[in-house]
Design a protein around this ligand. Structure first.
Ligand SMILES: [Zn+2]
Ligand SMILES: [Zn+2]
Length: 280
């Protein structure tokens, strides 16, 4: 996958820098690319990360989206339509978007990323984020990239914050600075298992800005893996606005819809991490 298929000599200076960064990133990835499909474990022949079959199962979001939360709003809507949910429950960020639907293969990959310690999957999805971000008007506004925070205990148990891996992989392709400006102050239940009202109660007052100097007066790009109702990203945006952020946009790998049963299936509960998190 490439953001730009033209030669670097044809590009303006800023795009040349992006092109060179992407080349370096791709070269680094070449050293660690897997021999087997990250989703089904089948042998890879000529495409990196995913076999042809699993790649065909990825569902890009195309067509009109809600102008606030980025949810697909149907073929006949205008581009500026806000969805019914956003009219009822306005979200705090300026706009959110995601390249992929939360389909079965995307869900499986994100669960593997989170629960089976396969951080290489973040490299794969970072490319989707980068390509999608390059198509958005926010591209020219963003000053700093901020990953959605993870509680320190969960970070300790998992070994990494997947949102931080995604943010690093994506931002490095544009030479954008990253800040872990946010902090999760208490353990919360996974939002994917909860209804909207429960999500608000669950996430409320659990996120703080620990580095206000990194976001004050700046346009922030918040990165997370999945958005469903947007409650988590909205709470992150709220605290960043309180800390002086100029504007906050949210970019996630996938967009899940609450009415889609596959979008709310539960992650495995037998992992060491889950057992540990029960103790928090
Ligand atoms: Zn496969
Ligand atoms: Zn919406």
């Amino acid at each position: 996958m490439s953001l730009n298929r033209e030669g670097p000599d044809l590009l303006p200076t800023s795009m040349k820098q992006i092109h060179l960064l992407r080349q370096a990133f791709t070269t680094a990835l070449d050293l660690v690319l897997p021999n087997h499909c990250l989703a089904c474990e089948g042998a890879l022949i000529d495409k990196p990360f995913l076999c042809e079959f699993c790649r065909d199962q990825l569902r890009l979001i195309d067509g009109p989206r809600c102008s606030e939360c980025g949810k697909p709003v149907g073929k006949f809507s205008t581009r500026e339509t806000r969805c019914a949910e956003c009219k009822r429950h306005p979200l705090q960020f300026s706009q959110a978007s995601a390249p992929l639907q939360y389909s079965t293969v995307t869900r499986d990959l994100l669960l593997k990323l989170k629960f089976e310690r396969k951080p290489l999957i973040a490299s794969f999805f970072a490319d989707f984020l980068a390509q999608h971000f390059a198509s958005l008007y926010w591209l020219v506004k963003v000053d700093v990239v901020v990953p959605a925070p993870m509680h320190w205990f969960k970070h300790f148990a998992r070994g990494y914050n997947q949102a931080e891996l995604l943010a690093n992989g994506m931002a490095s392709q544009f030479g954008m600075p990253i800040s872990n400006a946010l902090k999760k102050t208490r353990h919360t239940q996974p939002q994917v298992r909860l209804a909207r009202s429960e999500r608000l109660k669950n996430i409320g007052d659990s996120i703080e800005v620990r580095r206000p100097e990194d976001i004050r007066g700046k346009t922030v790009l918040l990165i997370d893996d999945v958005m469903t109702t947007g409650t988590t990203c909205s709470e992150c945006a709220r605290v960043m606005y309180e800390a002086g952020a100029e504007e906050v946009f949210a970019l996630t790998v996938a967009r899940a819809l609450m009415r889609n049963p596959s979008a709310v299936s539960k992650p495995p509960t037998h992992t060491v991490e889950d057992e540990l998190s029960q103790q928090v």
